[in-house]
Design a protein around this ligand. Structure first.
Ligand SMILES: Cc1cc2nc3c(=O)[nH]c(=O)nc-3n(C[C@H](O)[C@H](O)[C@H](O)COP(=O)(O)OP(=O)(O)OC[C@H]3O[C@@H](n4cnc5c(N)ncnc54)[C@H](O)[C@@H]3O)c2cc1C
Length: 426
């Protein structure tokens, strides 16, 4: 059988099914040649790192797959800084760090690639170690006009300052990042409390979590049923006593179980075996990520709203989930970035999928996402642009709610450094 050279083997089914114009692996001059792209189709170059989003490959578009030539990982044992290629996935990063007793605040899945880091990167450990972007020490790559860039924290000259800030949160719009140097963290034991809860219990647990110290975070998913993870990093006897006091109220919930993990690298969140939602390779999907602050007295109305949204979900694969940030992610001493909603303490996301060729089901599923988003806006008014949606009608609103008054700076950067619109459009 003839092998299809333009097949992109990746986790996101929408992108995996796309009929590519061309699949390339090299970042060279021809890449930045406008002849490649057709204006009528608003065609641009798609970039693939982990391949977990619907924007890394599209019908009739060219994809640059960074996984082949930009997948090296190297840790400097003296500084404990790790250098990764732009095509490295987070699972490979933590597996490498594991050998050196180090870790990195990756998200809830090991599948995402550098896109996780460049779009912000919210981890169960972010409350203690900041967002993934807060841990970037240096980057190398190319701007959309083909110019090579190499930037290092604390050595940024004034002309480079805006580029440096925008790389942290908005890189995909004007650059291709081929190398990222990151701070790593000491690998400590992690206590996880997890299990199914009902809505009343979720309400109580959210209330408790809004008082958690920085080493504890809550993440929950409401799919067929509600499943929660409370993640607590253990560091030393004194702090561990306080942690235990904070976790104590959770022990009364009958279905929750406690497990001590050797370290963060070894934890797998939301495994398939839990059957939380329908996983189907014949489905396509989209997801929208929101940002907002503590719910405080609004917890009861939020729970009521959540219940109504879940009552109206169009199929069993749809879900709403949330992860907790705050504490260190609120601090501005990491330097300015394009993750502007620093006050945020919750990042919920709304996921919907449909049978891949069923346009009617797609419309219903997207309609549910948009209606849910509109209802949740009063609690979570902002957007975390972890997925690019330039193929959806919501793109412009998402851009404005993600970058606020920095949207114009981003447009300026795009005009200067990607004047031909080679990279994904704003
Ligand atoms: C199962 C799952 C769990 C997740 N959990 C979390 C979580 O806990 N916290 C969180 O913050 N996010 C989470 N995400 C969201 C995820 O981090 C983002 O969607 C991220 O953008 C995916 O990156 P990727 O490299 O895998 O995707 P890709 O589809 O390969 O790339 C996504 C976009 O980023 C751009 N891009 C990727 N690499 C580069 C590069 N090197 N240079 C320039 N542009 C690039 C591409 O243009 C592309 O449009 C999760 C996603 C999934 C699927």
């Amino acid at each position: 059988m003839k092998k299809n050279k333009n097949l992109l083997e990746i986790p996101n089914i929408n992108s995996k099914d796309a009929k590519l114009k061309k699949l390339i692996y090299e970042v060279d001059d021809s890449l930045f040649n406008k002849e490649y792209y057709s204006k009528e189709k608003f065609e641009h170059l798609c970039v693939c790192s982990g391949g977990t989003t619907s924007s890394c490959a599209k019908n009739g578009f060219t994809t640059l797959d960074l996984r082949k030539n930009h997948s090296k990982i190297h840790i400097d044992r003296e500084s404990n800084l790790v250098t990764i290629g732009g095509g490295v996935i987070m699972g490979d990063l933590v597996n490498h760090l594991q050998k050196h007793n180090r870790s990195f605040p990756i998200g809830l899945s090991k599948l995402p690639g550098a896109g996780y880091i460049l779009t912000g990167g919210v981890s169960p450990l972010s409350r203690a170690y900041g967002l993934a972007i807060d841990n970037i020490e240096s980057i190398k790559g190319f701007l959309g006009n083909g110019k090579f860039i190499s930037l290092k924290k604390n050595q940024i000259n004034p002309e480079e300052q805006l580029i440096w800030e925008a790389i942290k949160g908005a890189a995909p719009f004007f650059s291709i990042i081929t190398e990222i140097e990151l701070k790593t963290i000491q690998s400590n034991p992690i206590m996880v409390i997890e299990g199914f809860v009902n809505l009343n219990e979720l309400s109580e647990i959210i209330q408790l979590s809004e008082e958690f110290p920085e080493n504890i975070s809550l993440q929950w998913i409401y799919a067929q049923k509600i499943y929660i993870y409370v993640v607590a990093e253990l560091k030393n006897n004194l702090e561990d006593k306080r942690t235990e006091e904070c976790l104590m109220p959770l022990y009364k919930f009958p279905a929750l179980e406690k497990e001590l993990h050797e370290n963060f690298n070894k934890i797998n969140f939301f495994p398939k075996e839990l059957n939380l939602y329908e996983l189907n390779s014949n489905n396509h999907s989209e997801v929208i990520s929101l940002l907002g602050e503590d719910l405080k007295n609004d917890i009861p109305i939020f729970i009521k709203c959540l219940n109504e949204l879940m009552d109206n979900k169009p199929n069993d694969s749809c879900y709403i989930a949330s992860q907790q940030l705050g504490c260190k992610t609120k601090k501005l001493n990491h330097g300015s970035s394009f993750f502007i909603h620093r006050k945020s303490t919750w990042k919920p996301w709304i996921y919907a999928s449909w049978k891949k060729n069923d346009l009617q089901e797609k419309e219903v599923a997207l309609d549910w996402i948009y209606k849910s988003w509109s209802k949740l806006k009063r609690f979570y008014p902002n957007i975390h642009l972890a997925q690019l949606h330039n193929h959806l009608n919501s793109h412009e609103e998402e851009l404005n709610l993600a970058f606020g008054n920095r949207v114009n700076e981003l447009k300026t950067l795009k005009n200067i450094f990607d004047p031909q619109g080679i990279l994904p459009p704003l």
